[in-house]
Design a protein around this ligand. Structure first.
Ligand SMILES: Cc1cc2nc3c(=O)[nH]c(=O)nc-3n(C[C@H](O)[C@H](O)[C@H](O)COP(=O)(O)OP(=O)(O)OC[C@H]3O[C@@H](n4cnc5c(N)ncnc54)[C@H](O)[C@@H]3O)c2cc1C
Length: 453
């Protein structure tokens, strides 16, 4: 029998999960001078953006158009634009937000890999973290263990950042984690996304102009003729008549990245848990069956889709919600709606609450009041029990309602940058993330382009 030899590595900052939060966290930590390793289970970066085809990114702005997410997130957009791989922020023709941001996923993968190298970050792809070693007192992570093609690797670190989306590191370290809504703990549904090419988008747009009642009420109908079509939500009549076995009440798709292409966000798998392998298996199977049903419905019924066909399906089903940390503060739906300000803000966001119903057909939404953005406090990144762990992205500490906005990609990028900067400060000063002086962190973030005011 051949046994692969175990190896060991060490770093100042260990970031687990190479999605939007982990990428930005690792870049920030690396730029902050910390020896940083980023671990990702797949053979590419991007998380849900690339593995599950999440597209476009939304939103960097408030409803009235003020940009509240900048920093590394905006740098990524600027560099994508320079590579002709994003048009930048565009008006949202669905009308749910003021702007959306399309991007080319294949260029994004390459760009962020380059940005990580520039920041001095060591990247380990094809590496799945499946256990954690704690110190004797059980309050500090000493190392994470990962499984790779070349065997088991022990990765020691001083500060760990959980950007796994599923709070895997917090969970494996024994910290309390939460899941889903209060009461039944059901989470938002999963969606298998897919792309179609050969779409006549001019015909789609003309149909929208001629039939405004069949589309989402906030669609900017009067301005449509002059706007490039970025997405649609509706086709209510066609969808209802088709009566497909999918518990959803509308068709949703976005245009791009190619001129005749759309990304379809319409399948819906409910009642399964994104952290249980049996449920994930069932979700992948159901999601792929639904893709075929929806694509067939679209080509048969929707104007502009007569010659369209599937060009890509997600490598994995998209998981909107799973485990999250139980942190020092849990951001609530009320905080979001009030546009609440916090003294320890490390990021802001203007994305509304957007809950795809865990059991029903619809989507529940609520707009952000105040100046149109809410603050995300530093305490939401800090788990209650583990001293040298930060979380960022989808698994920060919130309620089910607030997660329905903090989970969006630009917000995940922003909390990622904050976690990476905090980790670098902690390493430099030889302290834990909980002891980081928040005003020093805020000064660093502002210097690095983050909007906190
Ligand atoms: C169906 C759907 C539609 C969405 N629509 C939009 C949208 O239109 N616009 C928008 O901006 N956002 C949208 N989102 C939200 C957004 O895509 C995610 O919430 C966001 O990607 C979360 O970022 P993250 O970095 O926290 O986690 P993820 O993107 O989930 O990244 C986590 C990374 O960690 C890796 N990982 C996980 N566990 C381990 C482990 N144990 N070891 C090693 N690696 C691990 C994963 O492979 C992954 O790369 C949508 C999400 C879904 C699911």
């Amino acid at each position: 029998m051949v046994q692969l030899a175990p190896a060991s590595l060490s770093a100042d900052v260990v970031v687990v999960g190479g999605g939007p939060a982990g990428i930005n966290a690792a870049i920030a930590a690396g730029r902050g001078g910390a020896k940083t390793v980023l671990v990702e289970r797949y053979g590419f970066l991007g998380g849900m953006s690339t593995a599950a085809l999440v597209y476009p990114w939304m939103t960097f702005h408030t409803a009235d158009g003020k940009q509240v997410i900048k920093g590394i997130a905006q740098e990524i957009i600027d560099r994508l634009m320079a590579m002709n791989a994003s048009p930048g922020h565009m008006r949202d023709t669905v009308g749910f937000t003021s702007t959306i941001t399309p991007y080319h996923p294949e260029v994004y993968k390459v760009l962020v890999s380059k940005m990580l190298k520039e920041a001095g970050v060591q990247l380990l792809l094809h590496s799945f973290v499946d256990s954690v070693t704690m110190n004797g007192a059980g309050d500090t992570i000493e190392s994470v263990q990962l499984t790779s093609k070349s065997g088991r690797i022990e990765l020691r670190g001083r500060v760990f950042i959980d950007t796994s989306g599923d709070a895997d590191i917090a969970y494996l370290s024994g910290a309390t984690c939460l899941k889903g809504r209060e009461g039944d703990h059901r989470t938002q549904p999963m969606t298998m996304k897919f792309r179609m090419r050969g779409v006549d988008l001019a015909a789609v747009k003309q149909y929208m102009i001629d039939h405004p009642d069949e589309f989402y009420r906030k669609t900017p109908h009067a301005e449509l003729p002059d706007l490039p079509l970025s997405g649609i939500c509706g086709f209510y009549k066609h969808w209802k008549e088709a009566n497909l076995p999918i518990n959803r009440d509308q068709v949703l798709f976005f245009t791009g990245p190619n001129e005749d292409e759309v990304l379809v966000n319409t399948t819906r798998v409910q009642g399964l848990d994104g952290t249980r392998v049996e449920d994930l298996t069932e979700a992948e199977e159901l999601g792929r069956e639904q893709v075929l049903l929806v694509a067939d419905f679209m080509t048969r019924n929707l104007p502009g889709f007569e010659k369209a066909s599937i060009s890509q399906v997600g490598a994995q089903i998209g998981i909107r919600e799973s485990r999250r940390i139980d942190g020092q503060y849990a951001l609530t739906g009320e905080d979001v709606i009030a546009g609440r300000r916090f003294a320890d803000a490390i990021a802001r966001s203007g994305y509304p609450i957007d809950i795809h119903d865990p059991s029903g057909k619809g989507v529940t939404s609520a707009d952000v009041q105040g100046d149109g953005a809410y603050d995300i406090p530093y305490r939401c990144l800090l788990p209650k029990q583990v001293g040298n762990l930060l979380a960022a992205g989808r698994c920060i500490s919130t309620t089910h309602e607030a997660l329905a906005t903090t989970r969006l990609t630009p917000s995940c990028m922003a909390t990622g940058q904050a976690a990476g900067s905090a980790a670098a400060i902690a390493v430099r000063q030889g302290i834990g993330p909980q002891a980081v002086d928040v005003s020093e962190l805020q000064t660093t973030l502002r210097r690095d382009g983050v909007v906190l005011d």
